[in-house]
Design a protein around this ligand. Structure first.
Ligand code: C2E
Ligand code: CA
Ligand code: CA
Length: 574
């Protein structure tokens, strides 16, 4: 067999159909087979001459303005496929030299005359070579498109978390190289969820697009704005000189996002909270910067939202303290560290005590007695209020069973407890296992519960009502829409917030407000309790304004159930 035929016979393994020996002798037939292969095939003999070029190889090479000539040396041909850039040319030459010298298979890919070509070199018997050529341009373009898409948020077209990470890494590399500082601004939308929940996702999405447009409009071309979560955006501000420019940007964002939007006929207002971390001052690696911006954002939200905060090292310490409190609180129930204190309520007309409010206390092993104001908000945030609240309800019912039979017990119930499905079941079970009649149990809710007013909340309240449990509106007058909430549910009792009682002596309108609420309660058939009564003067005023009940240090501070009996005994019994 000639060298050519031997090569062809070897190459025949690459041809999809088996070649019978009788046709293997026919060069034209074999080339016909090779032409059927999608990839271009070149065969090169031991002397380096091209002995066969299949039709698709010829086509591909002519697309690249290279014409293979038979029996011409192959190396210049392959070198012709060497790419558009000096780097590509060097890479190709290295691969070629390596492959040819060591007779190892080699692959290289080059961009050349707007095409991307993949070439594979295979050594075959007799020091010959087979080269396959494939135009992978369209596959590459699709991959590149998919790659770009994977880095964009489909809704807003903004970079997503992945691309942000890449840009941040690049900015931090620049920082290390040239000292060029940058800033990371973490933006969280305030009040976006209610829009989404009440008006639906299409409106929520349209709003997010408008937010994205506003953010885009406020940055420089060298900055990046990315969407990294439902209503979370990030701006990477590149090449900053000092914090002043970043502060101006943060202020601009808060202002711009807070302006009214018009979405499909709805006038919408939302806000933005912004947390800022600066590199290198607050960190030089991506994770630390993101974490610190997040801590600053948390602070901005705590400080009432609609504002920005720069990271400060003490935020980290505070967050760690919070985590410790959270860990401790998770164990406090099992360790029986919670305790209930009770504060009696006096009915003015009869002069008798009619019940007590249960107020939780935490006897912390190191911190001593912790006020509910210091742990209830966190417990609500992390959902721990549900089991804690359940314990409160059960314990309060048990304790009330030891009191005179006309005394009721009031428990505070948080919004989070209303959201969980267990509240009614818990109350039924607490009443059943303690034996306390339902009419002796009172549930105090704040506007927070009704703020998430939905059918479910009202249904729950009505179910409690049907059981015979009474429902009080707590902290009345401190919220935004106290009056309208009074219409949504027939409360048994209105508790007038302590701040109005405190103002009695100093502000003339305090008196007018208490009188108005007392009158309102009277005409709606609701009991009105003045909270926080501390002095005989306040007591006198409250009586004159027409409140039915009082609660406050003047009657008694909250005390453990064991200390109640002497207090009960000091008042006339019914
Ligand atoms: P609240 O429901 O408005 O409870 C009344 C608060 O006023 C209690 O504070 C009570 O000790 C205090 N207080 C009563 N009389 C006076 C007075 O004459 N002067 C002054 N300055 N204060 C008075 P406390 O016990 O610190 O509770 C604070 C808040 O923590 C409660 O406010 C309530 O919102 C919440 N809380 C307490 N226990 C529970 C509970 O078991 N569950 C839930 N979800 N929240 C609770
Ligand atoms: Ca209360
Ligand atoms: Ca209250």
């Amino acid at each position: 067999m000639s060298a050519d035929l031997q090569t062809l016979a070897t190459v025949s393994r690459l041809v999809p159909r088996p070649i019978r020996p009788d046709v293997a002798g026919s060069r034209d037939t074999l080339i016909g087979y090779l032409d059927a292969v999608r990839q271009g095939l070149l065969m090169i003999d031991a002397s380096g001459a091209v002995i066969v070029a299949s039709a698709s190889a010829r086509q591909l090479l002519s697309d690249l303005n290279v014409t293979p000539r038979e029996n011409a040396p192959a190396l210049p041909l392959l070198r012709a496929l060497r790419g558009d850039t000096p780097q590509a040319r060097r890479a190709v030459m290295t691969t070629l030299r390596h492959t040819l010298d060591r007779r190892q298979p080699g692959v290289f890919e080059v961009r050349c005359a707007d095409h991307t070509v993949q070439a594979e070199l295979h050594p075959v018997a007799g020091s010959n070579w087979v080269v396959t050529l494939e135009d992978v341009s369209s596959r590459k373009a699709t991959e590149a498109r998919a790659d770009a898409m994977a880095r964009l948020d489909p809704l807003t077209g903004l970079p997503n978390r992945l691309l942000l990470r890449e840009r941040l890494a690049a900015a931090l590399a620049r920082l290390a190289r040239t000292g060029e500082a940058c800033a990371l601004l973490l933006i969280d939308l305030d009040r976006f969820k209610p829009v989404n929940d009440t008006l639906g996702h299409p409106i929520g999405d349209a709003l997010l697009e408008k937010v994205a447009d506003r953010l885009r409009s406020t940055i420089r071309p060298t900055d990046t704005v990315a969407r990294i979560g439902g209503d979370e955006f990030v701006i990477l501000q590149a090449g900053i000189r000092d914090a002043a420019g970043t502060q101006a940007l943060a202020r601009r964002i808060v202002d711009l996002i807070g302006r009214t939007y018009m979405v499909e006929g709805h006038l919408l207002t939302i806000g933005a909270s912004v947390g800022v971390a600066l590199a290198p001052a607050d960190g030089t690696d991506a994770d630390r910067l993101l974490k610190n911006a997040d801590l600053a954002l948390y602070r901005a939200k705590l400080d009432g939202r609609g504002t920005y905060r720069f990271f400060e090292p003490e935020m980290d310490a505070r967050m760690q303290a919070r985590r410790k409190l959270e860990l401790d609180m998770r164990q406090a129930l099992a360790r029986r560290e919670f305790q209930l204190h009770y504060q009696p309520q006096l009915q003015l007309q009869s002069g008798t005590l009619i019940g007590c409010e249960a107020l939780i206390r935490w006897r912390h092993p190191d911190r001593g007695l912790v006020s509910p104001l210091d742990f209830i908000p966190l417990a609500e945030e992390i959902g721990l209020i549900v089991p804690i609240g359940e314990w409160v309800i059960r314990q309060a019912c048990r304790d009330a069973m030891t009191w005179p039979a006309h005394m009721s017990v009031a428990v505070n119930v948080s919004p989070a407890q209303f959201k969980s499905d267990r509240l009614v079941e818990t109350i039924i079970s607490a009443l059943a296992s303690s034996g306390l009649p339902a009419r002796r149990l009172e549930v105090e809710i704040t506007e927070g519960v009704l703020l998430q007013e939905n059918e479910k909340t009202l249904q729950t309240l009505h179910r409690l009502r049907e059981l015979g449990v009474r429902v009080s509106m707590d902290d009345f007058g401190t919220g935004y829409a106290s009056l309208s909430y009074l219409r949504s549910f027939p409360f048994d009792k209105i508790k007038i917030d302590r701040s109005f009682v405190k103002d009695l002596a100093t502000k003339p309108d305090g008196e007018a407000i208490i009188r108005a609420i007392a009158g309102l309660g009277k005409s709606l058939g609701m009991t009105t309790v003045a909270e926080g009564v501390e002095t005989p003067e306040q007591m006198q005023r409250i009586r004159l304004e027409g409140c039915t009940d009082v609660q406050g240090y003047f009657i008694s501070r909250p005390v453990p159930t064991e200390d109640l009996l002497p207090i009960f005994a000091a008042y006339p019994q019914v």
